[in-house]
Structures are given as structure tokens and as C-alpha cells.
Design a protein around this ligand. Structure first.
Ligand code: HEM
Length: 511
């Protein structure tokens, strides 16, 4: 009988090969309930490169590049950013599947390093993992800070800031004004006053905070290779990304600490009008005589991260919307005239204040804002979600851990949902019930479902009020004789899609 000899290298090699084969087949084959092996059906994918996957196809304006890819591969497309599977959703139908039918499975957010470092370990509403903690802080945000009652109570701040902003334009009547810069200052000061009771542009600390916010938004927009290819995360240490994260996080915290101390002092001196920081300090420190330090650090971090959400959510998005609304109106003078006609018909006197009740009567104004949000959603890819378990979407198998990006920019231009989608035509909304509150998936600039934006009312009232004032009090034309058709329409890279070039226009006072 031939003796069986154990050849160790051959045995180890065979064992490893079998193990590898098992891992590979396990990835692509699963056992269905009835037994047997079933091949997983993945959404179509463009071809990818080793290691980086499809990262090279994303470019600096991902919503545009992904839209072009989706035209070839379909409204559900599977890409790979390094080793991470990323599902790109580009139709209303597929978005409904993600944010309504399977909303719970897609209620999580991916944990990117920039979020973790800059937002106190993802302790805020935007980036917190789905679960009990997120539910608690979202309800604080929704019920205490962004409720209709609160939005109403912040009305005087909104109106005062709008009046200041109108004055600033009036003073530069006949001269070129940089509307992009004015909109950014307006939203920062509005949120600054609502959050801390003071205008940011007035103090050194405030100016520093604004600079840090800009750094933060830039860092959020940066693709950190380590988030997608973990074994390359050392690159962040070499290229300075990690250092920038650390420095920005430390500086933001210093500004927060001194602002909290100022607010506590102002509370003691009773010389502060109620603002969001005060409300948060009351929630976490019911006894006004105890200092915030006495409490657990999570409370203090949560407080800071909730304030950060107001800035992340409520400044860039609102100013970007205003920038694009005015861009479209300057490109379409007939639409601007029609809108001015509506506003001036409702508010007859030049010095009359525009109230929230007046806004309710301005149907064309609402249609103009909707149309601008359709073609220029400020967050064109919304905020990414992640699948918490395996699920089937429209017959395709999606694995747990897949990141999901919903291309609201592409959905707003989908000819399946919209006639003449490239045309700026507010009239399409006049006899339509389509709204942006998360029920109509062809128009989702604010997302939808559990993780949908809680700041819609806050944002929309601010945008409508500014726009109504701009239309009521001024006539507008583009600066330097630029014709509407020649206006640069490029977007800048980053999380929010601003105009690449500032919007320059000339206002003249209405007679
Ligand atoms: C034009 C203005 C705004 C736009 C276009 C916008 C858009 C969005 C989008 C697309 C999301 C993600 C939704 C999803 O995943 O389904 C979101 C989430 C969020 N927004 Fe807004 N937003 C705006 C204004 C605001 C304002 C004013 C605030 C607060 C003051 C705010 C606070 C938030 C928060 C906290 C979340 C996270 C919700 C969660 O993950 O549970 N947003 N927003």
C-alpha cells in the first residue's frame, strides 16, 4: 500500500486556495430560503480600476459626472470608491424605494473621518448613526429649535436682518453688488443671531468662527482616500489632511467654549434675548446657577454639535439657493417681471413690511423657488446614507454597508418626470401639487423619510422673505453689460454646489 505522505507546502497552498475560493463564492452566491445557491444580481456598473475602483470617474463635480454615467448604466448604478460599494440613485422611482419603501434600512449615515473629527465624534443629527441617540437629539432639534413656534419666535431677527440687508443694497443702488457675498453674510448673521444672539460679522470671535465654518465645509467636500481604502489611510498623515482636521477641530472648540461662557455670563446678567444656545443650555442645565462644566462631557459635546448643525444645515444651503434663484431671474427677465408684478400687487406701498401672511399669497414666488430648487438643489447628492442590511431594490441585490448617494440634481432633470427639464419654467408648478417636503420623489432637494431635512420651514421662510424684498424694492440687471445668455452657470466643487463665480448685479431703486 502506498504510504500517504503529507507534503506541508502543498497542503497549505491547497487549503489557502480553498479558503479563498470559499470567500469569493460566498461573496457572490447566497443560499436562498428554499436551499440551493442563488447568484446575486447587482445593479449595472461601469468598469473600474484596481485599488481605486471608480473614484477616477467622480471628478470635481460628481453630480454631473454621475448623471452622465447613469445615462449609460441606468438609474440604479453600482460603483466602487476604493473598496466601498456605492449605489448611485438617479430616478424618482428608485429614490422612493430607498427613502420610503426601505427607509429604515437606509436610515444610517456613513462614518467619514472628517465628520467624526469635526463634529464631536458624529454626535450631531446630520451624521449620528441611526438609533436611540439620534432619535433623541433629532427630537430636540425638531421640537425645541426648529418647530413652527420657534421659527415664528425668531421672526423679529429674520425681519431685522432682512431690513439691514435691503438697506445695504439700497446704499449701493446703481453700483455693482456682489450678491453671492451679501447672501452669505446675511445667512451667517441670521443664524449667528438665532443661535447665539449676536451677529458674527460684528466680533473677532464671530469672524474667526465663520472662517472655521468655511474650512469645515471645504474639508467635508474633500475625498479622503482613507475613508474608501482603509489601508491607504496613512496618506492623510502625509498630505496634511489629518493635521488640518485636528487644527480646525481644536479651533472650533475653542471658539465654542468662549461663546458658551459669554452666553452663560449674559444669562446671569439677564441681558440676552432668548436664543438657541440659551434654550440648549436650559435643556442640559436646568439650574441656571450651575455652570455647564458640572455636567458630563457628552452633554456639552451634544450642545456644540447641535449648534454646528444649524450652521452646516442652515447657512450655505440657504445662501446657495438665493444665489441660484437670482441667477435664473437675471437670465429670464420676463419671469422676473412677472414675479415683481405679483409681489408689487400684493405689497402696494414701497415702505410696507412684507409679512409671513403676505408670502402665503405669493403663489408665483413659491413656484420660482421650487423651480430653482429643482434645477439647482444646493446639496446635489443630498447627504449620503448607508444600507444597514442586505436588501433588494428593484430586483437588484444591495449588500449591507453599501453607501447610497441620491442624485437629486439628476432626478430634477429626468425627462421621465419633467417636460422640457432643462428649461427654467416656474409655471410648471402653478397648477401642480408637487412639493419639496419629501412626498414627491421627483423633487427632493431636502431629502425625504426619517433622515429628511428638519429645517425646511426655517429655510423656505427665509428664502421667500429675502426674495420678496428683492423683487419688491429693486429693479435688477446683470453687471458690466453681461447678457443673461452669457452668464457663467458653472458650479464650484464641494458639498454644496455654489456658483463657481460670484453673482454680480446692479440694483436700482423702484420709483
Ligand atoms: C435650502 C436649505 C436647505 C436644504 C436644501 C437642505 C437639504 C438637506 C438635505 C438634502 C438633507 C439630507 C436629507 C436626507 O438624507 O434625506 C438635510 C438634512 C438635514 N438638514 Fe437640511 N437643508 C436646508 C436647510 C436646513 C436648515 C435651515 C437646517 C437647520 C437650521 C437644516 C438642518 C438639517 C439637519 C439637522 C439635517 C439632518 C437630518 C438627519 O440626518 O436626521 N437644514 N438637509
Amino acid at each position: 500500500m502506498e504510504e500517504f505522505e503529507l507534503n506541508l507546502p502543498t497542503f497549505v497552498t491547497s487549503l489557502l486556495s480553498l479558503l479563498l475560493l470559499w470567500c469569493i463564492t460566498r461573496r457572490i452566491l447566497v443560499k436562498p430560503a428554499g436551499g440551493g445557491l442563488k447568484k446575486l444580481v447587482r445593479p449595472p456598473s461601469p468598469s473600474k480600476l484596481p485599488i481605486i475602483g471608480n473614484l477616477h470617474q467622480v471628478g470635481s463635480l460628481p453630480h454631473r459626472n454621475l448623471h452622465s454615467l447613469a445615462k449609460k448604466h441606468g438609474p440604479l448604478m453600482l460603483l466602487h470608491f476604493g473598496s466601498v460599494p456605492v449605489l448611485i440613485v438617479s430616478s424618482a422611482d428608485s429614490a422612493r424605494e430607498i427613502m420610503k419603501t426601505h427607509d429604515l434600512i437606509f436610515a444610517n449615515r456613513p462614518a467619514f473621518k472628517a465628520f467624526e473629527k469635526l463634529i464631536y465624534g458624529c454626535t450631531d443629527v446630520v451624521t449620528a448613526p441611526y438609533g436611540e441617540y439620534w432619535r433623541q437629539i433629532k427630537s430636540i432639534l425638531v421640537l425645541q429649535l426648529l418647530s413652527n413656534k420657534r421659527v415664528q419666535s425668531l421672526r423679529s431677527i429674520r425681519e431685522e436682518e432682512t431690513a439691514l440687508f435691503v438697506n445695504k443694497i439700497r446704499e449701493s443702488s446703481g453700483e455693482v453688488v456682489n450678491l453671492s457675498a451679501i447672501f452669505a453674510e446675511f445667512t451667517n448673521d441670521g443664524i449667528g443671531r438665532s443661535a447665539f444672539g449676536r451677529r458674527f460679522s460684528d466680533s473677532e470671535n464671530g469672524k474667526k468662527f465663520l472662517r472655521l465654518m468655511m474650512d469645515m465645509m471645504e474639508l467635508f467636500g474633500y475625498i479622503n482616500i482613507g475613508d474608501f481604502i482603509p489601508w491607504l489611510s496613512w496618506i492623510g498623515r502625509v498630505n496634511g489632511f489629518d493635521k488640518r482636521l485636528d487644527t480646525t477641530a481644536t479651533e472650533i472648540d475653542q471658539v465654542f467654549e468662549s461663546t458658551i461662557q459669554e452666553c452663560l455670563q449674559a444669562q446671569k446678567d439677564q441681558n440676552n434675548g432668548e436664543n438657541i444656545m440659551d434654550i440648549l443650555l436650559q435643556i442640559y442645565h436646568p439650574n441656571p446657577n450651575t455652570t455647564a462644566d458640572a455636567d458630563a462631557s457628552i452633554d456639552r459635546d451634544t450642545l456644540k454639535s447641535l449648534i454646528l448643525d444649524l450652521f452646516i444645515g442652515g447657512t450655505d444651503t440657504i445662501s446657495t439657493t438665493l444665489e441660484w434663484v437670482m441667477t435664473e431671474l437675471l437670465r429670464h427677465p420676463t419671469i422676473m417681471e412677472k414675479l415683481q408684478g405679483e409681489v408689487r400687487e400684493i405689497i402696494k406701498q414701497e415702505e410696507e413690511e412684507i409679512t409671513d401672511d403676505d408670502l402665503e399669497k405669493m403663489h408665483y414666488l413659491k413656484a420660482v423657488v421650487k423651480e430653482a430648487l429643482r434645477v439647482h438643489p444646493p446639496l446635489p447628492l443630498l447627504v449620503p446614507r448607508v444600507a444597514s442590511k442586505d436588501v433588494q431594490i428593484k430586483g437588484f441585490d444591495i449588500s449591507a454597508g453599501t453607501v447610497v448617494m441620491i442624485n437629486a440634481w439628476a432626478i430634477g432633470r429626468d425627462p421621465v418626470s419633467w417636460d422640457d427639464p432643462e428649461k427654467f419654467m416656474p409655471e410648471r408648478f402653478l397648477n401642480s401639487s408637487i412639493d419639496f417636503r419629501g412626498l414627491d420623489f421627483e423633487l427632493i432637494p431636502f431629502g425625504a423619510g426619517r433622515r429628511g431635512c428638519p429645517g425646511i420651514t426655517f429655510a423656505v421662510v427665509a428664502i421667500e422673505l429675502v426674495l420678496a424684498n428683492l423683487m419688491h424694492k429693486f429693479d435688477w440687471k446683470l453687471a458690466d453689460g453681461v447678457q443673461g445668455k452669457d452668464l457663467d452657470m458653472n458650479e464650484s466643487p464641494g458639498l454644496t454646489a455654489h456658483r463657481a463665480l460670484p453673482l454680480l448685479a446692479v440694483a436700482s431703486h423702484t420709483k
